[in-house]
Ligand binder design. Structure first.
Ligand code: NOJ
Length: 577
């Protein structure tokens, strides 16, 4: 080794495979229906693998297909080892693994182990009696102090659940409450109990033995709760107007989280982790914590999903929608790039099944700028350091749905929010307006495959309506069009595969205060890329902004014929040396 020039910590030789990979998320219920019941399924995923191969993605992350009462669209699991008949069969899952591997792609399954369904046999047993051997597998607590069970305020803590209302539900039979950070049909597992952990690890090993290539771990930084020696859980600061409190300090990156993830790694991944991808979904994670979670030397997870950038257009809650200031986005992404530059790794995403559509939220989905803003945002994100995730339909420029009334929403979060807001006396028109922008259902309308009445998604009636704009915005129309959003995603993915600087180059932010232009460099050895994105409708003279751009070679752009002016929503990737 040349001491004056030590190898890059993520050197091109030693970098893990997922540093140059792109992941595609399938939300199966809305991807493709093959049996005409209006709900997407595994048969549908199998039918559409050519789309993924054509795009060039390396990994398919499959949102949950396990047996589930579907209270939260499969994030409420009643059997970790099966396949819900709604989605297909075990044989089809095996077929999917084989078909992906045959095409050089990998399969990452969703792992939802902060909670189970209340219909999971573990919870059914736990609930059956306070003396059940599985009672301690969940969080059971008596009513608070002198309160009678069921009276307001008797909940063991004041925590609000993620989907409105208290995080505790009374079990009438025993007079005790159980904890659920999400809906009442999603009781939290007690990770303090070693039997729980071992049961989960055994289940994970069986999935790996079956051929899956890793896990996307649902709210995994919430599994460790801050519990006092006497079993007491702590109230959180009050949330104005709700009568409830914010308990997150007691369960976001709780006291034993690193211990649990290291144990999981030892018990499940060790010896085979090089071929796998593990990504922890971590609401509220800080850069310092993310570094610990993803430091390879600590053997926890490969990368995290952090939430800072998707919280920038929000005030006190996700329904309190604020304009995004580009300089805040730069400051946030810039901090994460710097924070994980030497140790650790990040995931890059705009969209997933929990976020509204990026082109509507951060771009401009009006006819004039929809294509250009979708490709501009994609370029901005994919040229950062980290592993990009593409959410189904994002590669087509799919936009938010024009919800007209509250009855059109299906998502438990949206439905509960509307109910709670009405009880609190809020203006229904304003509440609906916020839901139209932020509801998770925006991401969940069926993928738009073609211009036919059901967009090629189903021969039946789709569970959520197809966006009427599918007649124009669909995969069939874009597949052979080199100017399409789809073609641009294909080029971005190929760029990452072909250029180590895209995967591994150092990141430096430029023009941090500029309100509309997002620019940065990526540098690896002697190669320097300059990325310039006009995040808005005002044109700029490029050479006045960034003299270095003069004479640079255009590697990839989203508009034809590079001009002296950086046009509205134009993005360029330039090679400087
Ligand atoms: C995060 C998932 O992405 C979301 O869809 C789900 O509702 C919650 N975790 C609870 O599992």
């Amino acid at each position: 080794m040349d001491p004056a020039n030590p190898p890059h910590p993520m050197g091109t030789e030693s970098a893990p495979w997922w540093t140059s990979a792109v992941v595609y998320q399938v939300y199966p219920r809305s991807f493709q229906d093959c049996d005409g019941d209006g709900i997407g399924d595994l048969g549908g995923v199998l039918q559409r693998l050519d789309h993924l191969a054509d795009l060039g993605v390396d990994v398919l992350w499959l949102s949950p297909v396990y047996p589930s009462p579907q209270a939260d669209n499969g994030y409420d699991i009643s059997d970790y080892e099966g396949i819900d008949p709604l989605f297909g069969t075990q044989a089809q899952l095996d077929e999917l693994i084989a078909a992906l591997h045959g095409r050089g792609m990998r399969l990452v399954m969703d792992l939802v182990v902060n909670h189970t369904s209340d219909e999971h046999p573990w919870f059914v047993e736990s609930r059956s009696s306070p003396s059940s051997p599985k009672r301690d597998w969940y969080w059971w607590r008596p009513p608070r102090g002198r309160f009678a069970a069921g009276t307001p305020g008797a909940e063991p803590t004041n925590w609000q659940s993620a989907f409105s209302g208290p995080a505790w539900t009374l079990d009438e039979a025993s007079g005790e409450y159980y904890l659920h950070l999400f809906t009442r049909k999603q009781p939290d597992l007690n990770w303090e109990n070693p039997e729980v952990r071992q049961a989960i690890y055994a289940m994970m090993r069986r999935w790996l033995d079956r051929g899956v290539d890793g896990f996307r771990m649902d709210v995994i930084n919430m599994i460790s709760k801050d519990v006092a020696d006497d079993g007491h859980l702590h109230d959180g600061p009050p949330i104005p107007g709700t009568g409830l409190g914010d308990g997150s300090a007691s369960y976001i990156c709780g006291p034993r989280i690193h211990e649990f993830l290291q144990e999981m790694h030892r018990e499940v991944f060790s010896g085979r982790d090089a071929a796998l991808l593990t990504v922890g979904e971590m609401p509220g994670v800080t850069i310092e914590q993310a570094k610990l979670f993803t430091d390879p030397a600590r053997a926890e997870v490969d990368m995290v999903f952090q939430f800072e950038h998707v919280n920038l257009d929000q005030g006190s809650s996700k329904w309190d929608v604020r304009p995004l200031r580009l300089r805040n986005l730069k400051a946030s992404f810039g901090r994460w790039q710097a924070g994980l530059a030497d140790v650790g790794w990040n995931s890059l995403y705009w969209d997933n099944h929990d976020q509204p559509r990026a082109v509507s939220r951060f771009g401009d989905d009006s006819p004039a700028f929809r294509r250009d803003s979708a490709t501009c945002l994609a370029t901005l994100l994919h040229l950062h350091r980290g592993t990009p995730y593409v959410y189904q339909g994002e590669e087509l420029g799919m936009a938010n749905f024009p919800f007209a009334s509250v009855d059109e929403f299906r998502d438990v979060e949206s439905v509960n929010h509307f109910g709670a807001a009405m009880v609190a006396g809020q203006d229904p028109t304003a509440v609906l307006a916020a839901m139209r922008r932020m509801s998770r259902d925006n991401a969940r309308t069926p993928v738009q495959w073609d211009a036919s009445p059901s967009a090629g998604f189903t021969t039946g009636t789709s569970w959520l309506p197809v966006n009427p704009d599918h007649v124009e915005w669909n995969a069939a129309a874009q597949r052979d069009d080199p100017t399409s959003v789809l073609a641009h995603y294909r080029r971005l993915i190929a760029l990452r595969h072909e250029n180590p600087v895209v995967a591994l180059g150092d990141f430096a932010m430029l023009l941090p205060e500029h309100e509309h232009v997002y620019a940065f460099t990526r540098t690896l050895d002697s190669q320097v890329l300059l990325v310039v994105c006009n995040v808005g409708a005002t044109p700029y003279e490029l050479s006045a902004l960034l003299p270095r751009a003069n004479g640079a070679t255009l590697l990839l752009g989203n508009l034809p014929d590079a001009a002296a002016t950086l046009r509205p929503w134009e993005a360029r990737v330039l090679q400087l040396s």
